[in-house]
Design a protein around this ligand. Structure first.
Ligand code: G6P
Length: 369
């Protein structure tokens, strides 16, 4: 087992560090940097059907559902097709409206999650196209798919999903870009500049990982917290949800993720000097607005930890601690800003002496409802 961990103390840490390589594997043969284009066999094989899709419905659970929320923003922005993101467990029992022109995308690391598989079967009964975004080759969801895209990040052992999340977001990014290009709904400049920047992301993830010692020190300051809030906006809103889920899953600290502007509709009542608030405040759309959200927390003596873009000044002045990530496009921000949040959760759990790879009551793959 220690050999499989490749010198890391836990699978989760190994998988976090694997991410630059996993992303490169996931994009190999699909992202053609020299030609500035994306090649996906699913689009080549099912062009007509995908082009006439009137709606995408993403069904997933847990971390995969968070990746779906990012996918929705990407597909709507670039391909101009409406996307709904559903918890598979709710969708399957709700008698949802599904038409034969819908494409139902199931996102699942294991490909075995019972609720996601059942939601997919419901889509099939209603003659929608079943599109799988799966890691485990030959899994039940992969087999039930009419088509799809494997994320190809290799086996994920740690119960808390890390590299599968970045793999899912990468695949959704490639798919949304390619679809937008086919449909003519993304400009040539945006298509090509996003492709170019995608090629830089693995190196940029490496530079986030190089801050691990710094992140560990910040994580230590959360060890005795009983609660935490995670806030983000735009593409970073699902990242906040994912950061909170990671902390809950392995450190057993109660954490909630919120879109930062919703804070005033509830969570702000919880803020006092004992409440750490982790902001994902990279330099993108809504940056100015999130600063005013940070100030609201500061005014109530909350503890502020923020993920910011390199060179940020404004947040640094008000936060207790900041973690810098390299600058990138807004649409690709989650691929970088998720990494420090994974590391925070990991280090808090290790500091508390908990079983990081097998947290209590959780399973890697939930094959019963
Ligand atoms: C479990 C795992 C999570 C995972 C979720 C969905 O809860 O502990 O890490 O995100 O199932 O799993 P899937 O394999 O469908 O992505």
């Amino acid at each position: 087992e220690s050999l499989e961990k490749g010198g890391f103390e836990h699978f989760m840490l190994k998988e976090i560090y694997d991410q630059p390589r996993c992303m490169a594997d996931c994009m190999r043969g699909r992202l053609l940097l020299n030609e500035k284009r994306i090649v996906l066999s699913t689009i080549n094989m099912h062009r007509e059907r995908l082009m006439k899709a009137e709606r995408f419905i993403i069904v997933a659970c847990g971390t995969s559902w968070h990746a779906g929320l990012i996918g929705k923003q990407l597909i709507e922005q670039w391909a101009n097709i409406p996307v709904e993101v559903e918890y598979a467990s709710e969708f399957r029992y709700r008698n949802p409206v599904i038409s034969p022109d819908d494409v139902v995308i199931a996102i699942s690391q294991s490909g075995e999650t019972a609720d996601t598989l059942a939601a997919f079967q419901l889509a099939k009964e209603n003659k929608a196209m079943c599109f799988g975004i799966v890691n485990v080759v030959g899994s039940s969801i992969a087999r039930a798919s009419d088509t799809g895209i494997y994320i190809h990040v290799g086996p994920e052992i740690g119960v808390a999903s890390t590299k599968a999340f970045t793999g899912q977001v990468t695949v959704l990014t490639l798919f949304a870009l390619a679809l937008g290009h086919e449909r003519g709904t993304i400009s040539k400049e945006e298509y090509e500049s996003t492709i170019e920047e995608l090629g830089n992301i693995p190196e940029k993830i490496k530079s986030v990982l190089a801050k691990d010692e710094e992140i560990k020190d910040i994580a230590r300051s959360l060890t005795y917290a009983e609660n935490a809030l995670y806030m983000g906006r735009g593409f970073n809103y699902p990242v906040a949800l994912e950061g909170a889920l990671k902390l809950k899953e392995i450190s057993y600290i109660h954490a909630e993720g919120y879109p930062a502007a919703e804070m005033k509709h509830g969570p702000i009542a919880l803020i006092d000097e004992n409440m750490p608030v982790v902001f994902v405040a990279t330099h993108h759309q809504l940056y100015k607005k999130i600063i005013s959200n940070i100030e609201e927390v500061k005014a109530r003596n909350g503890r502020i930890i923020a993920v910011v873009t390199e060179g940020d000044e404004a947040v640094k002045e008000i936060a207790e601690a900041t973690i810098e990530v390299p600058s990138t496009l807004a649409s690709l921000a989650p691929l970088l800003s998720a990494i420090p949040l994974q590391l925070i959760a990991y280090h808090v759990a290790v500091e508390k002496g908990l079983n990081v790879d097998q947290p209590r009551n959780l399973a890697k793959s939930v094959t019963v409802e």
